[in-house]
Design a protein around this ligand. Structure first.
Ligand code: FES
Ligand SMILES: [Zn+2]
Ligand SMILES: [Zn+2]
Length: 322
């Protein structure tokens, strides 16, 4: 059975109905010593994490983030400790843990494979691709493989509809996927995904990009930055909404904007043509803010961090050609 993760926020009834995915307790009647020791160790780690965070809502998200980074997922025991120690209701904590798609209540495999079954990808055959992943991996969407290597999931839209069907593995985009490529995607993942990262000025080069939703060019040939046509998008932050022009020299951080944008501000990026949110599926490897994705002419996806001043970026020039 394929499950599709919803991207809208939970209503209170949804939160309540999703709030108890575990049995009432994880404890077995008589715990062997090593299980008890492991539990105590995890509890101590959680207490350490809690002592480093405060208890506001933003704090809760970073607490859950830190626990997941440490344990790989959020166990029922872990959430119970958070509830006990912060005085928050368990329902509230489950509400947050089940709302944000980055959190998992089940152990996750080493690699997270997300198959987009949003409308644009669906009409291009995404259900067949998802089924092929299930077949090749021997697991169902929403589950982990027996060897703990992969967790397979289906998601609603990964923000690159124009290149669909899209599959994202560990933040690495695969575009125009068909069922014949599924095996190769898995093989490539097992072998290690090479992210193409451009570092320093030595490899600065111009790119031509278009909107990841409508495919309309984002280039502005009449407005040069760094001597090359600029990339024009719309951004919003703190109730302000205006244009932003970026250098198209990949590796250059020169930009111009309608409003002064304070360093560290996380911006929402939109296509000036179809007004789609350009947020991609992955988070910045440097700072955790959402990455913004754009299609690179001749294939591939460029991603830049949405935080002003962060130099996190990634370029996948895969284009389906492997
Ligand atoms: S529907 Fe698949 S990326 Fe948008
Ligand atoms: Zn667009
Ligand atoms: Zn960043």
């Amino acid at each position: 059975m394929l499950e599709t993760r919803e991207t809208h926020g939970p209503s209170s009834t949804e939160t309540a109905s999703r709030a108890a995915p575990y049995p009432a307790t994880d404890a077995t009647e008589q715990e062997p010593d090593d299980v008890a020791r492991d539990k105590q160790l995890k509890r101590d780690e959680i207490l350490g994490i809690l002592s480093r965070h405060d208890g506001n809502r933003g704090g809760l998200i970073s607490i859950l983030d830190a626990i997941q980074a440490k344990h790989g997922y959020l166990s029922a025991d872990a959430l119970k400790v958070v509830a006990d120690e912060t005085g928050r209701s368990l329902t509230d904590i489950y509400g947050v843990a089940t709302f944000y798609k980055s959190f998992s209540l089940k152990p996750r495999g080493k690699h997270l494979c997300s198959v987009c079954t949003g409308t644009a990808c669906h009409v291009r055959g995404a259900p067949i691709i998802a089924q092929e992943f299930e077949r090749q991996l021997g697991t169902s969407a929403g589950e982990m493989t027996a060897d703990k290597e992969f967790t397979l999931e289906t998601v609603n839209c990964l923000g690159a509809c124009a290149l669909g069907p899209i599959v994202v593995v560990d933040g690495h985009y695969f575009s125009n996927v068909d069922s014949a490529r599924v095996k190769r995607v898995i093989k490539k993942t097992r072998a290690g995904l090479d992210k193409v990262e451009i570092k320093g000025d030595k490899r600065v080069f111009p790119i031509t990009v278009s909107c990841s939703r409508c495919n309309h060019s984002l280039m502005e040939p009449g407005h040069l930055i760094d001597g090359a046509p600029s990339i024009r998008v719309t951004v919003s932050f703190e109730w302000k909404h205006g244009w932003l022009r970026l250098s198209s020299l990949y590796g250059s951080y020169t930009l111009e904007s309608e409003y002064k944008i304070p360093v560290d501000t996380v911006l929402d990026f939109f296509c000036p043509h179809c007004h789609a949110d350009l947020k991609g599926a992955s988070d910045c490897p440097n700072c955790g803010a959402p990455m913004v994705s754009m299609i690179v002419q001749n294939g591939g996806i460029a991603q830049i961090c949405s935080r002003r001043g962060c130099k996190g970026h990634m370029l996948d020039l895969d284009g389906g050609g492997f």
